[in-house]
Design a binder for this molecule. Structure first.
Ligand SMILES: *Cc1c(COP(=O)(O)O)cnc(C)c1O
Length: 241
């Protein structure tokens, strides 16, 4: 496991400044207000101590793709008297048997991808008296391995979600095909945005103001296609991993 030190804190401070600047520049190029784009710092590559350092340099919205790691880091943050307050976003596949324990730690779920999961999340959230901000993950990429719902199945899920009010639908999440490159990536993000616009008309009872698209390699394309959340991992950990 990588070790946190004064050096890593300094590297992270520079990386965080650079990522914020790059995102701001991409917003400017797309004629958008950077205040409308949240950087979700993806901390899955490192342990709890380095994750605290990322929060210390200013990144206060953190994304993880494994529930067990959220438990571990959540507890670590709570055990450190001076660790900053952070919001945890679940961005990976969410196993139903992990929902109960994870829910109270989450500010947002980006990866709702089935009705079965939705029912469990609704049940557990209702039990706990909470409402979870949730994005439906769409599979728009060509990669067979990618997760998310095929666009054709999304209306059925959204219809069912009308009866699961502990899930507050906020928008869509998607990952572009890896290594597709500029124009193809942009086309995929544009198709997510178009789907979002159609769904917003079709389902006025749900909100679709959030679009979680874009990672270290394609956040510029994502921002020009309307991303409100970019999930940035590797760029933040440059010089450390
Ligand atoms: C790892 C991961 C990211 C971050 O990807 P980078 O290329 O490291 O920026 C974003 N989204 C999801 C769902 C991930 O699993």
């Amino acid at each position: 496991m990588l070790v946190a030190s004064a050096d890593t804190l300094e590297i992270l401070s520079r990386n965080w400044a650079r990522v914020q600047r790059d995102v701001a520049q991409a917003c400017e190029a797309a004629d958008r207000d950077p205040a409308n784009v949240t950087i979700v710092g993806v901390s899955k590559y490192v342990g709890a101590e380095l994750t605290v350092q990322l929060a210390e340099v200013g990144c206060r919205v953190l994304g993880e793709n494994r529930p067990q790691v959220i438990w571990e880091k959540f507890e670590f943050f709570a055990s450190q008297a001076d660790a900053p307050q952070v919001a945890w976003h679940m961005i990976g596949h969410f196993q139903r048997n992990k929902v109960r324990r994870t829910l109270p730690m989450l500010s947002s779920l980006h990866s709702l991808d089935s009705l079965r999961l939705a029912k469990t999340v609704h049940e557990e959230a209702s039990r706990a008296g909470i409402e979870l901000a949730t994005l439906v993950e769409i599979n728009v990429s060509q990669d067979a391995a990618k997760t998310g719902l095929p666009p054709a199945q999304v209306p059925e899920l959204l219809t069912a979600l009308k009866d699961l009010p502990a899930i507050r639908v906020c928008g869509l999440m998607a990952m572009a095909t890896q290594f597709a490159g500029g124009d193809d990536t942009r086309r995929e993000f544009a198709s997510v945005r178009k789907l979002r616009d159609e769904l917003a008309e079709q389902f006025p009872e749900h909100s679709f103001h959030q679009l979680s698209i874009g990672m270290s390699g394609d956040f510029r394309e994502a921002i020009s296609e309307g991303a409100t959340h970019v999930r940035i991992g590797s760029s933040l950990w440059e010089g450390i991993l």
